[in-house]
Each structure stands twice: as C-alpha cells, then as structure tokens.
Design a protein around this ligand. Structure first.
Ligand code: SF4
Ligand code: FES
Length: 139
C-alpha cells in the first residue's frame, strides 16, 4: 500500500491525510465543512476552524486517513486502544496499535486507526477503500 501523505498546516496544527487509507466516509467534510472541502484544491483548509475543533474532527475519521502531528495530537484524548468496531454497512474499524500480517508475509504496524474491508469489494485489500458504498453492501 502507498504510504503517500499530504500535510496541511496553519502554523499551530498540522493535519496529515493519507489518501490510500481514506474510505470516503464523508465524515470530515460533513462534520467540519469549514476545513474539509472535497471540491477544492487544496481540499483541507486548516485555517477554517480552531485547533480543538480540528482535533476533534480528525479523531472522528474512521479509517485513520486523517491524523495530527504533535503536539496537537494531544489536544483530544483517543478512545481505548486495541478494539474492533463493526461499522454498519461498512468496514471493520480497528483501533490500534495493531500489527497486520499480509498474505505475502509483509507486516504492517498501525499505531492509530485502520479500516479492514468487510464487503469483499475493496481494490486495496485488506484495507477498505470505500467500495462498500458503491456496491451497496449491507451487513
Ligand atoms: S475516511 Fe477520514 S479522510 Fe476519508 S472522508 Fe472519511 S473522515 Fe474524511
Ligand atoms: S468494507 Fe469498505 S471496501 Fe469493503
């Protein structure tokens, strides 16, 4: 999987977005449209809200595609680690840290959150790529 990441900073907080992990849940842009604007380039505008609101919204990203660079990452405490959440009609949301062994033997370590495909349609297995939505997965 690509480790490519994009960063967006306002000098106080740096938002990190990893496109390969994004499941296109829409949570960020429906939750904080002042900052997350999918129709614009750049699509993340960290000067659109204060640090506390940005940190809270980033914590709400189900896939781990969004994260914050320290020290802002400390602004809002995360939930309990090492738990799996079965999302409605969507992926398994894994709250790390967790180690994933891939079929070819490669090992990936995830310190934050990640989303595992549950519908079988992802083109980026085992990770969810949002395809459950276009395939109308129910479960
Ligand atoms: S997965 Fe995260 S970054 Fe992608 S749309 Fe949802 S909240 Fe935004
Ligand atoms: S659960 Fe999201 S692509 Fe399969």
């Amino acid at each position: 999987m690509s480790d490519k990441e994009h960063t967006y900073t306002n000098g106080e907080v740096t938002i990190v977005w990893k496109p390969a992990l994004c499941t296109h849940s829409r949570r960020c842009w429906t939750g904080l449209p002042e900052v997350f604007k999918p129709g614009e380039r750049p699509w993340i505008r960290p000067d659109g809200a204060d640090t506390a609101r940005i940190a809270a919204q980033v914590r709400n990203c189900p896939s781990g595609a969004l994260s914050l660079r320290e020290p802002a990452a400390e602004a809002v405490p995360d939930g309990p680690a090492n738990r799996i959440e079965v999302s409605t009609d969507g992926p398994l949301l894994v709250h790390g840290p967790v180690t994933v062994t891939l079929p070819d033997g490669r090992i990936e370590h995830r310190t934050g959150r990640c989303a595992l495909c549950r519908c079988g349609h992802s083109a980026n297995k085992p990770w969810c790529d949002g395809a459950h939505r276009t395939h109308g997965f129910r479960g």
